[in-house]
Design a protein around this ligand. Structure first.
Ligand code: PRX
Length: 638
């Protein structure tokens, strides 16, 4: 192995790691290159074949309808429901007795659920939702800690044809309020609170505050998880366990799964974009189920006997696709953990890999860098020999972190699947498979059926090694269908920069072997510890503070978090810049947005670089902060 200077940068390396004969022998896909070629020859035939591995109430008439680009439709005419594939078909087989979920709380409590048990709870809760008047197409906001009821709530919503909008439990009052209001949810499902890093996060309290700012939804369902005192408003708020104990239907534990059109909405998920409010990315039942299932099965090579652990939160797309839906559709056993990786010690994750015999472990570069800091003695205290595959997502993984993960967690026998994808893509777009040769720091090549490229401003492919914009040139089944309530924004954000191509918002390089190297976002999205935050939403949170007149936020490289938030603030006339104010502003952002949005650095300034039309030139702020050339500033007004 080559010696390399430690670096956060995702520098291109020529080191290649080949899979062992043993890995190739047991891989679901033995020869990824051949499958890629076959799929490229006939994309529709490839996806139709994968769709046939699932159950449908009625088969589709058309695999892909391209008549109204970019509003592509998949498996048109097909009737299905993702829950038909995630639960119903398994409970008819021996898998009813297989564990669907193993869950450990931060305090160490263990709960397990077979497919039968999970299905029973989902049916019961689906009946609860129906009894509250929720039906097909209604929106349901889910704001939860990482507990089994989060999955139950999502699946129950999907089962009755309603649309879930999960808001990450780490978000706070203003972020939650905006998302409830925009989705016009009829009901909110939450918990009294959750455990995180030894602290109690009081979610119901945050819900109460958010609801004071918005037209209240009709009902709030509260899971008792911590057992803390909460305010329950009569006629609006109900305890989950009390509702679940009611005899709701004559069928009791049964609930028919709603027959959906393949193109009916399954969920919306808010994510940050370049301008304005977060946008609600809309995914549908039919294509999404095919995409997430096929990619999980091929890339993470899932086998019946595997124990799969994706460390994400169900509140992000990674959790939707690869904690909830894909593993269940694949009939896998998943592990989920409530709390922080370092609680009470930095070996918490390694302890649980050993304890539960995890075989496939999917995490993030930030987590790897964070745990790497504590040294290899922590993982070395544990027997991690059950592992056979590792994974990474959310941001570029720097080769140094990749190698540490490979050596100290995978013990040089577990290939690392670096998966590049987005909330919008729904499923992996770029990823190796276990039989692929790997280059540390590269998400390797597009998944079969995906056509990716790196282009210049004019939309032309750039030469190998040159930096450019990452685009996708063909539609795929799990792609977003639109931005909820805003189809124009869908078209203009993703399909107008390069006509006919999906613009991902990332810059990348393709090397001479066709391997892709993701560099980072080219828009105003900041990836903090892999979490996606928008400058516009952060800036509006800053100016709700009484001392702030104007705010500009940028992301700058950070050793652990990948990127960190730097805020430039202009204060109102009667406010003095001082340490106490900085602390107060940090608290304000944590309260409005959530702890992940806490700025790394706050600087008070007298003016901000703006264009003549008043747009903040964040590019200039970034260049100044990094001591670089400010580039073309001819439009600068400041
Ligand atoms: O910048 C890319 C980065 O995360 C963005 C998508 O963020 P989000 O919608 O929150 O989804 C994250 C989980 C799928 C991308 O535009 N990103 C994601 N995966 C990778 C990555 N950057 C580099 N390498 C990856 N493997």
């Amino acid at each position: 192995m080559k010696e390399e200077k430690p670096s956060i940068q995702n520098t291109v390396t020529d080191d290649i790691y080949y899979p062992s004969a043993e890995v190739v022998a047991q891989a679901n896909v033995k020869d990824p290159e051949t499958v890629r070629k076959e799929a490229a020859n006939d994309i529709q035939a490839y996806w139709a074949k994968r769709a046939q591995e699932l159950e449908w109430y009625k088969k589709w008439d058309t695999v892909l309808d391209e008549s109204n680009k970019p509003f592509y439709q998949w498996f048109v005419g097909g009737k299905t429901n993702i829950v038909l594939n995630a639960l119903d078909r398994h409970v008819k087989t021996w898998r009813r007795n297989k564990l669907a979920l193993i869950w450990e709380s931060e305090k160490g409590e263990l709960r397990t659920m077979s497919y039968h048990a999970l299905n029973r709870e989902v049916c019961k809760f689906a009946n609860v939702l129906k009894s509250m008047g929720i039906s097909k197409g209604d929106r349901v906001t889910i704001y939860m800690p990482r507990i089994p009821e989060t999955l139950i709530a999502m699946l129950a919503t999907a089962k009755i044809g309603a649309v879930h909008s999960v808001v990450y439990g780490g978000f706070s009052v203003e972020a939650l309020h905006g998302r409830i209001e925009d989705s016009e949810s009829k009901v909110i499902i939450t918990a009294d609170g959750g455990n995180m890093n030894g602290k109690k996060i009081e979610l119901k309290k945050i819900v109460d505050e958010a609801l004071q700012r918005t037209g209240a939804p009709e009902n709030v369902v509260v899971v008792k998880h911590l057992g803390i005192d909460v305010n329950m408003e009569a006629g609006r708020d109900y305890w989950y366990h009390e509702l679940m104990a009611l005899p709701l239907t004559r069928n009791g534990l049964r609930c028919e799964t709603e027959v959906m059109d393949a193109e009916d909405p399954l969920f919306i998920l808010y994510t940050s974009g370049t301008t304005g409010k977060p946008k609600a990315i809309l995914h549908t039942h039919g294509g999404y189920q095919v995409g997430v299932y096929a990619t999980l099965k091929d890339v993470f090579d899932l086998k019946e006997e595997d124990r799969w652990w994706c460390t994400a939160d169900p509140g992000w797309i990674t959790g939707h696709s690869y904690i909830v839906y894909a593993p269940l559709i694949a009939g896998a056993t998943s592990f989920m953990y409530e709390g922080a990786p370092t609680f009470p010690y930095p070996d918490r994750w390694w302890t649980m890999i050993e304890k539960y015999g995890i075989t496939v472990f999917y995490s993030t570069p930030t987590a790897v860098r964070g745990l790497m800091r504590f040294g290899e003695a922590w993982p070395n205290r544990h027997d991690l020999s059950s592992l056979r595959l590792l994974g990474s997502v959310g941001e570029p993984i720097n080769p140094e972190a990749w190698r540490w993960f490979y050596k100290n967690i995978g013990k040089e026998k577990c290939p690392i699947m670096d998966t590049w994808w987005q909330t919008e893509t729904g499923m992996f777009m770029m990823a190796p498979m276990p039989a692929s040769p790997l280059k540390p720091g590269s998400a390797t090549k597009p998944y079969p059926g995906i056509e990716a490229d790196v282009v210049n401003e004019a939309g032309k492919s750039v030469a190998p090694g040159e930096e450019g914009f990452l685009v996708l040139k063909k539609p795929w089944p799990a792609m977003m269908r639109t931005i909820y309530k805003d189809p124009e924004r869908y078209e203009s954000t993703y399909w107008s920069k390069f006509p006919g191509m999906y613009f991902a918002g990332d810059s990348a390089r393709k090397d001479k072997d066709g391997y892709f190297w993701i560099i980072g976002r080219v828009d105003d999205v900041i990836k903090v510890s892999g979490y996606r935050l928008g400058t516009a939403e952060l800036e509006s949170a800053f100016i709700t503070h009484p001392a702030v007149a104007e705010a500009a936020v940028i992301g700058l490289p950070h050793e652990l978090k990948g990127m960190a938030i730097h805020a430039y603030l202009i204060l109102k006339a009667n406010h003095e810049p001082n340490e106490a104010l900085v602390e107060d502003l940090r608290k304000h952002i944590a309260h409005e947005m959530g702890p992940i949005a806490k700025p790394e650095k706050i600087e008070f300034v007298k003016s901000l670089p703006k264009t003549r039309s008043g747009k903040i030139m964040r590019r200039v702020l970034k260049a100044r902060a990094q001591g670089m050339s400010e580039g073309d500033i001819s439009t600068l007004e400041e």
